[in-house]
Design a protein. Structure first.
Length: 741
């Protein structure tokens, strides 16, 4: 039909229908918004040239789409029997519970059947996931993967997003991976409309950024020229599929109708530029193509366009009658912790469920010697497990030849998980040949090979992106972030991508992972803020996440196993915070007592269940991680003063073990929270609030680290929680009122 390229009339009409339908969906969304029945108006008008990608790629090729992908989505879904993309999009616009992808939680382009992974990307935050998925598929997808091994991963984004560090980092990772000879079948498509909301993109900027990038094949096409777009898109897709290397297609588009429904672009664009874009309208261009080819008359094209509009309008009139989500429980259903007793607090949005377990349902305990007073320690255990071993901190306990440090236990458990789970991958910065900065992964690559234990780029966004993609491909990734402070470089990969996927797909898509993070402070001889960070607030408030913080070797093994089970069975995103200062700690009270070593078990920890040390009746010290050995030593000092305390190790920071917290608080009537994180935004605030919400009427106090970054050297001790602060806090609390008889 042009330039030697050809498409059939029937195909051209199908593509025109998809383009026109997308345009009418935009108009219907604005009309619904104007009447108060619709809630989303960022449209695809001017980007309908992306229909070419839907035509040349397979319906089984995973697609992570830009929010202006309406025409692509309509045509992709029409290629899959049983799908109705018009109704599906409109259900999303009106936030109907019947929306087949998000269940009324957001308007997204997504479909399990059409291999469209829903995105609510902030700015290009889906690109690392796309790279990770391409890597995982090319490395050999799991048998239960939804995609064939020769799939091409499509990732589309806008010209303004191309400047974001997430985008540049993802493209760099794709090139770097391919440079090392590892397959990377990802097709990046930059839909370049020349403007980011109101800020222009120079006409040659995308080409300047990518055309000469070594290791990245560059293609360019006019999205307003359907024949050219089809030809170039087909060439690009074929190149990636056969070469298994990354490519980027710049698809030149225009933006019609402004950024969104509320945007009046005449306030920042001149009339000539707006009119120039209108002259490049891709829907009108395809209509002209059909007329010029003799496939239809102008009146027939208009009639076809109007008929499509009438169908969309009729569908819009139907979907407004669909019910929306009706309760907080329904909204958060994809986030719910299944198989646990965690429910919402009463008054938090609905009245279903009690916030704590009754005494009758409290976890069973077994008696083992108390490291503090020589009494019995109720040690919680999982249903179906054997009685817990005698505490390794007890003077009378026999020495266990298999006792390990925290780091050794994690290494041992990772090896077991790799040995028994072919889906498990362990990766991160320096985890391979070096075995990690602290030796936690030492020997794993030698034992299990570089395909399952491997090093990554020095880029946390790419590390987590690899996990996001690998989880989609059927693997169970266990990435490592080298330090807690470093995870904040890539926090949006956890918050904006990992945590939201299940929520905005109503559980149809999941990205299981267990992120190991070397965490917290108290390192001796090596430190400063970035290696001694104690900030977890930005992680704990992410809905649906699991955050675990082991203190001792046996707990590390049990918690890590439970996190892996939660990831595998629920698709859960788990953060496993490993206290750096306890990695190689062996002693608890005196040098060479080896009372902080323990034998790692094979059973997973109960979730979310705390661990209780001691049975003192005067005070409950609530703590976690480094706070546990500090609190045990503080409890021994208090015992010398006639105060008998028990120590509650939370183990789970999100969700908190509410039932154990309430029962152990009630056992003494006095609670001191020993929190190594900051006073503002730390864990202790949530613990105190949970106790009050649960009806605890006893005395509560907290001792914490200061609201400060952690300095280098001895000055760190001035701002971190100390054993003496725990002892002093306990004495002040108990001096404030009578002790329980």
């Amino acid at each position: 039909m042009a330039g030697g390229a050809a498409i059939t009339v029937a195909t051209c009409l199908e593509l025109f229908d998809a383009q026109a339908s997308s345009r009418h969906l935009d108009l219907a969304a604005r009309q619904l918004g104007a009447t108060g029945a619709g809630y989303y108006s960022i449209g695809s008008s001017g980007h309908e040239g992306n229909v070419a990608l839907a035509q040349v790629l397979r319906p089984s090729d995973p697609a992570l789409l830009h929010y202006r992908a309406g025409a692509f989505f309509v045509h992709r879904c029409r290629r899959v029997p049983g799908l109705d993309p018009l109704r599906d999009v409109l259900l999303g616009v009106v936030a109907a519970a019947a929306d087949p992808i998000s269940g009324g939680r957001h308007k997204v382009f997504g479909s399990r059947a059409a291999a469209v992974i829903p995105q609510t990307s902030t700015i290009a935050s889906h690109l690392p996931r796309a790279v990770g998925l391409a890597f995982a598929l090319a490395s050999g997808p799991r048998p239960d993967s939804a995609w064939p091994r020769d799939a091409v991963v499509l990732c589309t984004f806008g010209d303004a997003s191309a400047n974001h560090s997430t985008a540049t980092g993802a493209v760099n990772t794709a090139i770097h991976t391919a440079h090392r000879g590892i397959p990377m079948p990802v097709l990046f498509v930059c839909e370049d409309n020349g403007i980011g909301i109101s800020v222009p993109t120079p006409p040659d900027w995308i080409a300047t950024m990518f055309r000469s990038r070594s290791g990245l094949r560059y293609f360019e096409a006019d999205g307003s020229d359907l024949v050219q777009a089809l030809a170039v898109s087909a060439e690009a897709a074929h190149w990636v599929r056969t070469r298994r290397r990354p490519a980027l297609l710049r698809l030149r588009t225009v933006r019609l109708l402004g950024h969104a429904g509320s945007d009046v672009e005449s306030g920042y664009r001149n009339t000539a530029d707006i009119e120039a874009d209108r002259q490049r309208d891709p829907v009108a261009a395809t209509a002209r193509l059909l007329v010029e080819a003799g496939a239809a008359t102008p009146s027939q094209i208009l009639a076809r366009y109007d008929a499509l509009g009438a169908r969309v309008a009729a569908m819009a009139a139907q979907v407004v009658r669909e019910p929306q989500l009706g309760s907080a429980a329904a909204v958060r259903a994809p986030l719910a912790y299944r198989g646990t007793d965690i429910t919402a607090h009463k008054g938090s949005g609905d009245s279903s469920g009690d916030s704590t377990r009754s005494p009758a349902s409290a976890p069973r305990t077994s008696d083992t010697p108390d490291p503090v007073s020589g009494g019995s320690i109720p040690v919680h255990r999982s249903v179906g497990t054997v009685t817990a071993a005698r505490s390794c901190t007890d003077d009378r306990a026999p020495r266990n030849e298999s006792a390990m440090t925290l780091a050794q236990s994690i290494n041992h458990t990772l090896a077991s998980l790799l040995r028994h789970g072919s889906d498990v991958l362990v990766f991160g910065e320096d985890v391979g040949r070096k075995g990690g900065v602290y030796g936690v992964t030492k020997g794993l690559q030698r034992t299990f090979g570089a395909r399952r234990v491997f090093d990554t780029l020095l880029d946390e966004q790419s590390v987590l992106g690899a996990a996001l993609g690998a989880g989609l491909a059927g693997f169970l990734p266990i990435p490592e972030i080298q330090y807690l402070a470093y995870v904040h470089n890539a926090a949006d990969q956890i918050r904006g991508e990992a945590a939201t996927l299940s929520f905005f797909s109503a559980g149809q898509y999941r990205n299981p992972m267990v992120v190991r993070i070397a965490s917290f402070a108290y390192q001796k001889g090596f430190g400063g803020h970035f290696h001694n960070d104690n900030s977890v607030a930005a992680l704990r408030d992410i809905p649906g996440l699991v955050v675990a913080a082991p203190a001792r070797a046996d707990d590390a093994a049990a918690l890590l196993r439970r996190c892996v089970e939660l990831a595998r069975s629920e698709g859960r995103v788990c953060l496993f915070l490993e206290p750096i200062a306890l990695y190689h700690t062996r002693d608890l009270y005196e040098s060479e007592d080896a009372k902080w070593t323990a034998a790692p078990g094979e059973e997973p920890a109960s979730f979310p269940q705390a661990r209780i040390h001691g049975d003192g009746t005067d005070l409950t010290i609530v703590t976690f991680a480094n706070g546990v050995p500090m609190s045990l030593r503080a409890a021994r000092t208090l015992a010398d003063n006639g105060i008998h305390a028990r120590v509650l190790d939370l183990r789970w920071l999100t969700p908190l073990p509410l039932a154990d917290l309430q029962s152990q608080a009630a056992a003494t009537g006095a609670v001191l929270v020993a929190d190594e994180t900051r006073r503002g935004g730390g864990v202790s605030e949530s613990v105190c609030a949970a106790l009050i919400d649960g009806g605890f009427g006893g005395r509560i106090a907290r001792v914490t680290s200061d609201d400060s970054f952690i300095p280098l050297g001895p000055a760190a001790d001035l701002v971190l929680l100390s054993e003496s602060a725990i002892v002093d806090g306990a004495l002040r609390l108990l001096d404030a009122g009578p002790r329980r008889a």
